[in-house]
Design a protein around this ligand. Structure first.
Ligand code: NCD
Ligand code: ZN
Length: 348
């Protein structure tokens, strides 16, 4: 049987929510990952270090006793974020990045940035203190086609930003296009990108196969096959500035299966297994450890993890739904076969 042992991976882009589902979401991630960048789009958003500290405590309190996990906290950038707030965040040691949501771009982004110019003072403080900016790279104007949002954001916002703040560390989150891949590759070593497993596995047909599939609707939305191929190519190439970020984003089943279903894919229940499947199919299992366990820590200036996990090519069936707190959530690959299993080093 095919097996693969790698340094325990981390997830550099994760939504854990808050409240009754938190314990299930933390456990789903901690089973496989040692650390995760925890996104701050709660209601209300995590805009200050004290809120990040309290959220971190709630995450750790929800962690099952037999699991180890380190939440890496983020702040939610707003038009009002002050340089002083940034300096406090950096000094805290628990905040590892600041998330830029264009206002209206996605789930709980109403408090996001309305005009990038309003954040210049905060960005200057981040550049000076070395705190990375984590970017949801999509414009939201109605005139721009939803499939072009990322490309236009790069041209209009991100490229000028890198000229104005050349030393700012930036992670372009959940890249979905060949344009984003090309931009990040051509940029300096201050620019990196995360790639989700669903954008590696699926193209936009997945949303419409046999009818409307709300569980494949996420933001940025799935793209054409040529874009998926560009993501896959760079992920398996071993490029050090591309790394694993699931963007696992659980929503209750009724909120997805609704007249106006929300965006988000819950991939944590089989994340590393599905990444293994993708890398295996591409004949690049030897590149999984770099992508999942080495490139992220190198970019964030953190040590790699000191234990290992073992993956085995042994299929199992993903449940159709997973109970999480008071809700049920439909995971990625629901009711289908996952080809790889986490055999050893599974927490819990
Ligand atoms: C995320 C969520 O639900 O919090 N949704 C998503 O489609 N990825 C927010 C986000 O990262 O866009
Ligand atoms: Zn996200």
């Amino acid at each position: 049987m095919k097996t693969l042992s790698i340094i325990r991976p981390d997830d550099w882009h994760l939504h854990l929510r808050d409240g009754p589902g938190l314990a299930s979401y933390v456990a789903a991630t901690a089973r496989q990952f040692a650390r995760a960048i925890v996104m701050p789009n709660l209601v209300p958003p995590v805009t200050a270090t004290e809120r990040a500290r309290a959220y971190r405590e709630r995450i750790l309190a929800a962690l099952p006793d037999d699991m180890a996990f380190e939440p890496l906290m983020t702040l939610y950038l707003t038009d009002q974020t002050s340089p002083e707030e940034i300096r406090q965040a950096r000094a805290s040691g628990i905040v590892k990045g600041v998330k830029y949501y264009p206002a209206g771009a996605t789930t709980h982004s109403d408090s996001g940035v309305t005009r990038v110019e309003k954040t210049y003072n905060a960005l200057a403080a981040m550049e000076e203190s070395g705190l990375p900016l984590l970017v949801h790279g999509e414009v939201v104007n109605d005139e721009v086609d939803i499939f072009d949002r990322e490309r236009i954001f790069i041209d209009q916002i991100l490229e000028p930003l890198t000229v104005r703040f050349p030393a700012l560390k930036v992670v372009l989150e959940h890249v979905t296009t060949k344009d984003a891949v090309g931009f990040v590759k051509a940029a300096s070593d201050r620019m990196a990108a995360t790639i989700t497993v669903h954008h590696l596995m699926l193209n936009r047909n997945a949303m419409f196969k046999g009818g409307m599939n709300p569980h494949h609707y996420c933001l940025p939305v799935l793209k054409r096959e040529i874009h998926r191929q560009a993501l896959l190519e760079v992920a398996v190439s071993g490029h050090p500035r591309f790394f694993l970020g699931t963007d696992s984003a659980p929503h209750p089943r009724h909120a997805k299966e609704s007249a106006c279903g929300c965006a988000g894919i819950f991939s944590a229940p089989a994340a590393i297994e599905l990444y293994a499947e993708v890398f295996d199919e591409a004949g690049a299992l030897d590149k999984l450890e770099g992508f999942a366990s080495r490139h992220g820590p190198a970019f964030y200036g953190l040590p790699v993890n000191d234990d290992h996990i073992t993956l085995v090519k042994r299929p199992w069936t993903m449940p159709a739904t997973i109970p999480c707190g008071t809700e049920e959530v439909v995971p990625l690959r629901a009711g289908g076969e996952v080809l790889w299993s986490l055999a050893h080093g599974s927490h819990g």
